[in-house]
Design a binder for this molecule. Structure first.
Ligand code: PMP
Length: 395
């Protein structure tokens, strides 16, 4: 008997990247495909010390059910850090701790999206958001990214011509492109969104991983006063295995998010929240982030230099000032899917760009991750990839 699945599952696919990662499990393949932080930088011994302390001092409480909103001292820490690092005012009571920022996307879908609602995303856009909103049968519209953020005239046009429920954007070192919104673009986005009946979701898991240049205020609270929701995560600055993220939103929205989260998982792991709070209290997160910035900054430098040396000149690449990804654009007409098959034979992998485009374009693009390979493997992998691209162009 065929199983009858819900309609909402009909258009959602397994994560393309997770499928690719299976191919790249072979250790002889140099993989720039995953989006993984470098595990050598996880603060394992400090987290161990924090975990032991939590167990010794508050064992039973940290094993107990807790509130949906999340551990208050952790929310206060996040609010204080926004003030200190970004200069924006956030109240601890506007923060909801979530099971990774990925859960925020699920909650946003539950709270805001009816089947067929228009959701605006960037082109290219974050695959995890596309998958999450697809479950709620969103209809996607896109706005193109330029080197310093979205094309503002396209943004205005798409908003004028369509009734859009939500605009989802990754404003710092975007996944997949590595691109960042300039202060001018942030201001422009806020001006265009102001006064419109639309929810703006700013997802910022990479903002603190800046290797060069200046920090910018988030659009939400920095430039846009109303209807803004800001997402954050400990995944890239501490460890993704804790599955700790958060959402900053006004009280009326948070009330609905809490209901949706209660229905999903009651609350985020009590233990994980207390351990991370202990960790940021007893150790310096700033010192730790500095180490990540230095390492990723060097790896990014080596990747950019190797690309300049080994890729043909007609291949374009972004030069991000932080984060974990570079974005490559091949000459028009070339397929990165075809290149992928060839690259695997040469024992090097990346993520073809097309899945990041809901409109089926982006065939000639691909994503490279630089956080999770050491410098020698980056040089060797880019050399192999460059040789593959040259072969392709010659044919
Ligand atoms: N948003 C973006 C843009 C991401 O790249 C990721 C991680 N791939 C997430 C959200 C999810 O991160 P987490 O759930 O680990 O916080």
């Amino acid at each position: 008997m065929p199983v009858k699945f819900a309609d909402r599952m009909a258009t959602v696919h397994r994560s393309f990247i997770r499928e690719i990662l299976k191919v790249t499990e072979d250790p002889s393949i140099i993989s720039f495909a995953g989006g993984l932080p470098n595990p050598e930088l996880f603060p394992v011994s400090d987290l161990e010390a924090a975990a032991v302390k939590v167990m010794e001092e508050t064992g039973p409480q940290s094993m107990q059910y807790s509130t949906t909103e999340g551990f208050q001292p952790l929310r206060q820490y996040i609010a204080d850090r926004y003030k200190e690092k970004k200069g924006i005012d956030v109240d601890a009571d506007e923060i909801l701790i979530t099971s990774g920022s990925q859960q925020c996307l699920d909650l946003l879908g539950k709270v805001f999206l009816n089947a067929g609602d228009n959701v605006l995303i960037e082109r290219p856009g974050y695959l995890g958001a596309i998958q999450s909103f697809s479950i709620f049968q969103a209809n996607f519209l896109t706005v193109g990214l330029e080197n310093d953020g979205p094309d503002l005239s396209e943004l205005e046009k798409v908003l004028d011509e369509n009734e859009i429920k939500m605009f989802y954007a990754v404003t710092n070192f975007q996944n997949p492109s590595g691109l960042t919104y300039s202060p001018e673009k942030r201001k422009g986005v806020a001006e265009i969104l102001s006064g419109r009946d639309i929810i703006f979701v700013e997802d910022d898991p990479y903002g603190e991983l800046r290797f060069m240049g200046d920090f910018h205020k988030p659009v939400v609270r920095g430039f846009l006063e109303e209807n803004g929701i800001l997402l954050g995560s400990f995944s890239k600055v501490a460890a993704p295995g804790f599955r700790l993220g958060w959402m900053v939103c006004p009280g009326d929205i948070r009330d609905k998010m809490i209901i949706a989260k209660q229905a999903s998982d009651l609350h985020t792991s009590t233990f994980a929240q207390r351990v991370i709070h202990r960790y940021v209290t007893d150790f310096s997160l700033d010192d730790h982030i500095e180490k990540i910035r230095e390492r990723y900054g060097n790896q990014r430098e080596v990747m950019v230099k190797s690309i300049e040396e080994y890729f043909p000149a007609e291949v374009k690449v972004t030069r991000p000032e932080g984060g974990m990804f570079l974005w490559v654009t091949l000459p028009e007409g070339m397929s990165s899917m075809d290149l992928f098959d060839e690259a695997i034979k040469n024992k090097v992998a990346f993520v073809p760009g097309r899945p990041f485009y809901v409109d089926g374009t982006g065939e000639n693009t691909f994503r490279l991750n630089f956080s999770n390979s050491d410098e020698a493997r980056i040089v060797e992998g880019i050399k192999r990839l460059g040789a593959g691209i040259k072969d392709f162009l010659a044919n």
